[in-house]
Every structure is written in structure tokens, then in C-alpha cells.
Write a protein that binds this ligand. Structure first.
Ligand SMILES: NC(=O)c1ccc[n+]([C@@H]2O[C@H](COP(=O)([O-])OP(=O)(O)OC[C@H]3O[C@@H](n4cnc5c(N)ncnc54)[C@H](O)[C@@H]3O)[C@@H](O)[C@H]2O)c1
Length: 280
């Protein structure tokens, strides 16, 4: 039998539609690729512009256009919008555009997040961390809930959190404190939604990566910031002998939680951390 004749194996997300924020770059882009590879159609959102207190670049409209091409290249359909997760109305418009196009959305991946470590405006750095990472996650779930509940067929919500959502790391800066507080807060959201939505068979879980080589971690401005923060620079490494995990490792966990393979998994904080948490 030639390769052309070999039927493709069934995708783990065949027939599903996923709504993903922060989708144009970093981890979000990887989730989008993996979900499309597993058969999902995508509704993707990204801010595509700078956030003032964040010293490393955010994605661009060109990055979002590339993500669209990538999904289409994998044979899946996609609706893409520029929107800021802090702006609930804009997020609702993006979600509704996806709902209009596909009729149903089964999976939500609240991935957009920032590490606002620019020290000039300390108050704003705290606010931006809370607004994007915590309130943005809340908005992402809220815009999706009415249609998911009304459809009456369950669903899966995955929050992309961090090891900083489970243990007291983040460093001494206001932005770092805001990052840790926002990520801990998102655990509270996840656990409460998991209980509230269980009667609707909507599962809610979070993944907690250790360092992943995206702009948030490898940009020179961040590397320098971490080196100068006495607490951050002394944080102990992962238990397994790797400095970081790959975006794909996190996306594989997102796909699993989104899929029916995890149909009875809800309310879980899943570390993708090479043993980082277990060492604390
Ligand atoms: N990289 C890591 O080491 C790491 C570790 C643990 C957790 N995380 C989490 O993973 C998620 C993704 O981070 P990343 O490493 O891919 O970062 P990244 O900066 O590489 O990508 C973030 C993406 O989100 C978009 N974005 C930023 N603010 C937004 C907003 N307000 N509205 C919509 N989109 C917005 C950006 O344009 C970008 O495309 C975040 O929630 C982050 O906290 C990352």
C-alpha cells in the first residue's frame, strides 16, 4: 500500500472547534498547530500589539496571519481576530464570529498571558499582570459559557497557568508579584468553574509549565531582568535534567485535556514542569 492509500488515523479532536487566546505566538501558536493536527477547527485571538509594561515583543498581525495559513495548510478551518483579552466586548465579538462560522465551540484554551517586568511603572505592571492573566482568563471563559451550556453537550476548558500558580515564585518586582498572584487567582477560577460546570459536563483544568523557550523567557530583556532579581536568579532548577520544557510538551497536555480521553478529568492542576514543583 502506498502512502497515499493509507487512511489518516482518526484525530483526537476530530469534529471539535477550539477557541484559543494568545494564539499568534509562543505557546498559543503551538497549541493551535497541535489542535489542528488532531482535527480541530480553530477560533484564534491575539492582541497583536505591544503591552506597555512588557519588555519583550508581543505578536504582530503578520504572526496571526501566519497562524491562519498554518491551520489552513493542515486542512482545518479557522476564524481569526485581533482582540485584547482585557476587552470583554472585543473578545465576545471574536468568539461570536467563530460561533457563527462553525455553529458550536467545544474547547476553550485560555492561554494569553504576560510577564510585565518593566520596572519604570511598578503600579501599572501589577495591574497589567492581573488584568491580562486573571481578568483576561475570566473573560475568555465567560464569553464562551452561554453557548457551551446551551448546547448541552459538555466541553473542555483549559487554562494555561504556570508553576508560579502553585508555589511562591515570581521574584521581588511588582510585575513578578502580580504574575504569581494572577496565576494563583486563576487556580481559584479553575477550581470554582470546575465545580459550577460539572453538572453540564463541562470540564475545567489548568496546565502549569515550568520555563518554556518563548519570548516571555528567552528575550534578552527578560534574561537580564531575571539575572538582576536576587530571588528569581536563585530559584532552584527543574528536577529532571532539562533547563526548560518545549512548547510541544505543554500543547500535548492541552490536547489531552481537551480530548475525550480526559472525559472524567476536571478540577486538576497539571504540572508540565520536569519535576519543578515536586522539588519545592
Ligand atoms: N514561556 C514560559 O516559560 C511559560 C511558563 C509558564 C507559563 N507560561 C504561560 O503560557 C502562556 C503563554 O505564554 P508564552 O510563553 O507563549 O508567551 P509569549 O509572550 O510568547 O506569547 C503570548 C501571546 O499572547 C499574546 N497576548 C499577550 N497579551 C494579550 C492580550 N492582552 N490579549 C490577547 N493576546 C495577548 C501575545 O501577542 C502572544 O502572541 C501565558 O499564560 C504564560 O503565563 C509561559
Amino acid at each position: 500500500m502506498s502512502n497515499e492509500e493509507t487512511p489518516a488515523p482518526p484525530g483526537r479532536l476530530d469534529g471539535k472547534v477550539a477557541f484559543v487566546t494568545g494564539a499568534a505566538g509562543g505557546l498559543g501558536r503551538s497549541h493551535v498547530r497541535r489542535m489542528a493536527e488532531e482535527g480541530a477547527d480553530l477560533v484564534i485571538v491575539d492582541i497583536c500589539r505591544a503591552v506597555e509594561t512588557v519588555p519583550y515583543p508581543q505578536s504582530t498581525p503578520e504572526d496571526l496571519a501566519e497562524a491562519v495559513e498554518e491551520v489552513q495548510g493542515l486542512g482545518r478551518r479557522v476564524v481569526a481576530r485581533q482582540a485584547d483579552v482585557r476587552d470583554r466586548d472585543a473578545l465576545q465579538e471574536a468568539y461570536d464570529a467563530g460561533l457563527d462560522a462553525f455553529g458550536r465551540i467545544h474547547i476553550v484554551v485560555a492561554n494569553a498571558g504576560i510577564a510585565p517586568l518593566l520596572v519604570e511603572d511598578r503600579v501599572q505592571a501589577w495591574r497589567d499582570a492581573i488584568d491580562v492573566n486573571l481578568t483576561g482568563t475570566f473573560h475568555t471563559i465567560e464569553v464562551a459559557l452561554p453557548s457551551m451550556v446551551d448546547a448541552g453537550q459538555g466541553g473542555s476548558i483549559v487554562i494555561v497557568n504556570s508553576t508560579a500558580g502553585l508555589v511562591g515564585i515570581g521574584g521581588a518586582s511588582n510585575g513578578g508579584l502580580g504574575y504569581a498572584a494572577s496565576k494563583h487567582g486563576a487556580v481559584g477560577l479553575m477550581r470554582t468553574y470546575a465545580n459550577n460546570l460539572a453538572p453540564h459536563s463541562i470540564r475545567v483544568n489548568s496546565v502549569h509549565p515550568t520555563g518554556v523557550p518563548t519570548a516571555m523567557v528567552i528575550d534578552p530583556a527578560i534574561v537580564e531582568f531575571v539575572a538582576q532579581d536576587p530571588i528569581l536568579s536563585e530559584t532552584a532548577p527543574n528536577a529532571l535534567p532539562v533547563d526548560m520544557v518545549e512548547a510541544l510538551d505543554v500543547s500535548n497536555a492541552v490536547v489531552w485535556l481537551a480530548s475525550d480521553e480526559a472525559r472524567y478529568v476536571t478540577g486538576v492542576t497539571l504540572p508540565i514542569d520536569a519535576g519543578f514543583i515536586n522539588r519545592r
